[in-house]
Design a protein around this ligand. Sequence first.
Ligand SMILES: CC(C)(COP(=O)(O)OP(=O)(O)OC[C@H]1O[C@@H](n2cnc3c(N)ncnc32)[C@H](O)[C@@H]1OP(=O)(O)O)[C@@H](O)C(=O)NCCC(=O)NCCS
Length: 191
Amino acid sequence: MQELLPAGSVVRKLWMSEIDALRDHLLRLDRDSRRRRFGGAVSDELIARYAATASQAGVVVHGFFLDGTLRGAAELRPLGSLFADEAEAAFSIEQPWQSHGVGTVLLARTLLSARNRRIRLLRMHCLADNGRMQQLARKFDAGLSFDFGSVVGEVDPPRSTTLSLLREAVADGHGVANAILDAQLRLFKAA
Ligand SMILES: CC(C)(COP(=O)(O)OP(=O)(O)OC[C@H]1O[C@@H](n2cnc3c(N)ncnc32)[C@H](O)[C@@H]1OP(=O)(O)O)[C@@H](O)C(=O)NCCC(=O)NCCS
């Protein structure tokens, strides 16, 4: 799928050292997006504690960065053990950047990572009235089916291939290169 993102933006995996950026992004969500992301009203303290858990083994977070600031995130968390074949995915994009295709790119990257980790079932909990998330899930022909208050998607085919592993490695390589370039550009602008 072609990735059309706003100029100056980068989508890449988050590093361990960027947990604070994830917390700050989640705290910046407007009230409605926060409710949709967490399935209800949650406090700042709970969000801070939740964000810290993203450093746990097996958790993969892809981030949408604009001018060096994390504005969107897609979390992939294995359910149960590290080698579980079920995982949970959750998406959050700050309001000004919603409906610009960012969620589509983040879901594509998340599906690729899930596939390469032999995830068979990907669960996406989303409120029944979340038309945007459901429309987004429908765009991927991955056997996604809907279930009242939540969306449950099967990643199909279940096995990774050399090509899918390569695609993730290439995306990671671009992510690192873009992150370095982005940091250099910001240093340059600040000088
Ligand atoms: C849900 C969310 C992740 C989607 O990401 P996004 O970047 O806004 O989505 P995209 O722009 O890639 O695509 C959204 C699709 O929904 C469609 N859409 C937009 N508003 C819609 C609405 N009210 N009802 C139905 N579909 C809608 C868009 O047209 C687009 O489909 P298309 O590409 O076929 O035209 C994002 O809006 C978000 O973070 N919302 C708040 C938190 C949340 O709801 N998280 C999901 C729970 S885990």
